[in-house]
Design a binder for this molecule. Sequence first.
Ligand code: PNS
Length: 159
Amino acid sequence: MSIAVLPGSFDPVTLGHVDIATRARTLFDRVIIGVAHNSTKTPLLDAHARVELARDATEHLAGVSVELVDGLLVDFCSSLGATAIVKGLRGGSDYDYERPMALMNRSLTGVETVFITGDNALSHVASSLVRDVARHGGDISPYVPPGVVAAVRRALAGT
Ligand code: PNS
């Protein structure tokens, strides 16, 4: 059975992430979404909320599950028997950002990273932009799965 991990901060999960998970499932028998800690970011949503929202967003996808990554991504992959990391690319700057991580992860344990081109209609959708739109009172519902709008609103209100 082929197993891949789709890692990220998912702060919050977007329709772009769901698109990549859907495409990744056409290549791998199981896709495990790994909600991980990015040491360069302070998340808006706590880890539990990010996991739950990603679960709700992908529960319709057979063979896709969501887990919290505690520690190194490569160790998480090894513990699950995952032979690939999957990442979505929206454009060249995504590749520039992802390339060092792909090389580091391969250097650590040999795990390969597979890049998938997402839906062009979602190429402007990024968690950082979604947070910014929400912070300034904009409507994020076209970019995120149901449930995320209220969760982001609550987190921004500090409730
Ligand atoms: O969505 P992001 O923030 O771009 O995802 C980055 C993430 C969380 C995948 C990366 O920071 C990560 O892998 N964190 C887990 C700890 C780890 O393995 N760090 C070394 C990465 S080369």
